[in-house]
Design a protein around this ligand. Sequence first.
Ligand SMILES: [Zn+2]
Ligand SMILES: [Zn+2]
Length: 240
Amino acid sequence: MWFLKSENQIFNFLSTTKDFLIGLIFPKICLSCGVSGFSLCPKCQGKIKILKTDICIYCGKISPRGKICQNCRRKSSLTGVIVAAKYSGIIKKSIHQLKYDGNTELLQPLGKILIKKFSDSRISGQIIATSVPLHLTRKNTRGFNQSELLGKYMAKEVGVRYEELLKRIKSTESQIKFHRYERIDNLKGAFKAETKNLSGKKIILVDDVCTSGATLEACAKELRRAGAREVWGLVLAHGN
Ligand SMILES: [Zn+2]
Ligand SMILES: [Zn+2]
């Protein structure tokens, strides 16, 4: 580009062009009410109901902070699953648009919801945040892993360490068509902990959506094997 004199100018030109092109694809219209200037306007952000009552995701029993209840405890490696909202309405639409349309502008409003719920849960101690990994093939196709972006954003804002602790070593079929027990089977051997030294650590495992809990469970099992003391799932939404 003859009119650009320095590397800096080239960089600025390219990033302005990128923003311009993204603006053409996503003309920043609120996905819920259509007002312009936002991907999700503040008013609609405010309409997302953050869950006030926490439950054990396996049996639905009320359980503070989403702790796995006494009855479900035996068969679970998870300490609990902290759920910000029900998977429906505006939040469902936002997650879809982030994931499948690549509208990463939604990371911030969604990340804020995650942070709010996490702060309310008051988990403290030696925390390391991580996220459910995508298989490399899927990540390359999508260009990003939404759970990783959410996890990093959350960790930075609340001041906890973020580490990639897991690797997805098996590319599994989409989980949607399977029942709960089939889901667990389908995920056998799918994840591997990258480190063997997590003893005494509390892990916050971030994912966008939790359906049956099978994915979080498979990850938690590996993290426990690596010595983690507690593994908390932290998800934006729970449901189908
Ligand atoms: Zn709106
Ligand atoms: Zn339970």
